[in-house]
Ligand binder design. Structure first.
Ligand code: AMP
Ligand code: GLY
Length: 441
């Protein structure tokens, strides 16, 4: 099969690495990809929202399957674009339709959906421009902290958690007046949930589903979960407190009613679904849905899938996921993000990365996986590229999050030791990483 991955971060490198291990793969393309994916397939400089460009590529390279990494093209309707194009409609795309992608693209839609299908989540109210006064009055009836969420996609910045009532009222007004552009013309105000966060991922063909390993990511830039939010500075899988009893509750109270809801609403959904959860005294509450794999969660969850990944993707596309048995690596996987100094504020790009060879990781994948085809059991670590690009035989930084250093271990401690040993060996000017991933587990 010829497969195209849309995206160019660590998650897409992890997807590429899994796909490249499959004997079913003929040619792999990644658009736009990074220096890591270039070692596993062919990078094509087409942007993730350039549907015409993607169409040309799919037809030219006789692509049989497309895997979409990030949310933006899904929310923009790439699946519907394929389904309604006479030349593309036989090429399956892993991801939800535009209506399904609203679970991530509209917080209001997601909340209404959860309410309708009795999926546990924080209580909420939604406000728009002309109800700003109602919104302020509503805030005054709540206990702090106040949670304000821009309805639409806001590059991970659209959620504000504020302790002071007047500040929350001011921010609500600013949001409704366009603080986050169109994304915050509608704002969801919700109850603050206390507890400990984790993520559970599923793949579904809209009917059958498979629950993938749980993960926890570390979103703040600073150690001890301090400072501004980032895309994620590290992750751990599995989450020790997500035991069988808790996961059973997730399946019964969240996964099953979500699948039922999608079916009842007539929403086509064939792809990944990310459940952002709060564990409140042992009960799961949905904080958010994302309609894709997480990043950096993908760099700890995907390495734990032992089943032929292309077979799994095909089962999703062909609607026969219920028949597939999926095997997971019981070991822990942890990842530590090496970021550019200054991130998530301004930072410089183009710094040469050294030490990938010293760490024995070649250009991105560990040991015998350098070619992407080794037996998974022999792998103790993998370095995934996030924001990198190749220039001649050099690898340069090309983003805020640069590399995701994933280690396996029988215990979380052992996995983290591997991640951190490698993180030390890789160098670039301004390298920053959190040294406390997993500290709260
Ligand atoms: P979201 O984009 O909805 O995931 O929100 C971003 C982050 O804000 C989440 O990962 C949580 O840490 C936090 N958050 C969102 N909603 C709530 C809530 N209702 N209660 C507590 N924390 C929340
Ligand atoms: N790491 C958070 C996300 O992928 O949304």
């Amino acid at each position: 099969m010829n497969i195209l991955i849309i995206g160019g971060g660590g998650r897409e490198h992890a997807l590429a690495w899994k796909i490249a291990q499959s004997p079913q793969l003929e040619k792999l393309f990644i658009a736009p990809g990074n220096a890591g994916t270039a070692k596993l397939g062919t990078n094509i400089p087409v942007k993730v929202d350039d549907f015409e460009g993607i169409k040309k590529l799919v037809l030219q390279e006789k692509i049989n399957l497309v895997v979409v990494g990030p949310e933006a093209p899904l929310v923009a309707g790439i699946v519907d674009y394929f389904l309604t194009d006479p030349d593309l409609k036989y090429v399956p795309v892993i991801g939800p339709s535009k209506s399904g992608a609203k679970l991530e693209g509209s917080k209001d839609f997601a909340k209404m959906f959860m309410h309708k299908y009795k999926i546990p989540t924080a209580t909420f109210s939604t406000f728009i421009d002309y109800s700003v006064d109602d919104g302020k009055a509503h805030l005054a009836t709540l206990e702090p902290p106040y949670v304000l969420k821009a309805d639409g996609l806001a590059a991970g910045k659209g959620v504000l958690i504020i302790d002071d009532l007047e500040e929350a009222q001011r921010q609500l007004e600013e949001m409704l007046h366009g603080k986050f552009g169109e994304a915050s013309r509608k704002v969801v105000v919700e109850e603050f949930l206390r507890g400990i966060e984790l993520s559970v991922f599923i793949i579904t063909d809209g009917d059958g589903y498979v629950i993938l390993p749980s993960a926890k990511d570390y979103k703040r830039i600073g150690e001890g979960d301090t400072g501004p939010n980032t895309g994620g500075m590290g992750a751990v899988s599995p989450v020790p407190f997500a035991d069988e009893a808790f996961l059973k509750k997730v399946e019964d109270r969240v996964v099953k009613p979500t699948i039922t809801g999608l079916k009842r609403e007539g929403i086509r959904y064939r792809g990944f679904l990310y459940l952002g959860l709060m564990n409140r005294d042992g009960d799961p509450y949905v904080v958010e849905y994302n309609v894709r794999m997480g990043d950096p969660e993908g760099e700890v969850v995907l390495p734990r899938i032992k089943t032929d990944f292309v077979e799994l993707l095909k089962a999703i596309a062909e609607g026969r996921l219920s028949d597939v048995k999926v095997e997971f690596d019981p070991r822990f996987v942890t990842t530590v993000i090496l970021a550019s100094g200054g991130y998530p504020g301004s930072y410089e790009k183009g710094k040469e990365i050294t030490g990938l060879e010293n760490a024995g990781v070649g250009m991105g994948a560990g040991k015998s996986v350098e070619t992407g085809s080794a037996a998974k059991d022999t792998v103790d670590w993998v370095v995934f590229h996030s924001g990198t690009r190749a220039e001649g035989d050099k690898i340069l930084t090309n983003g805020g999050r640069v590399l995701a250093v994933s280690g396996y271990g029988e215990t979380m401690k052992e996995a983290l030791k591997r991640s951190y040993e490698l993180a030390e060996k890789i160098e670039f000017e301004g390298k920053y990483y959190r040294r406390d991933i997993g500290f709260d587990l």
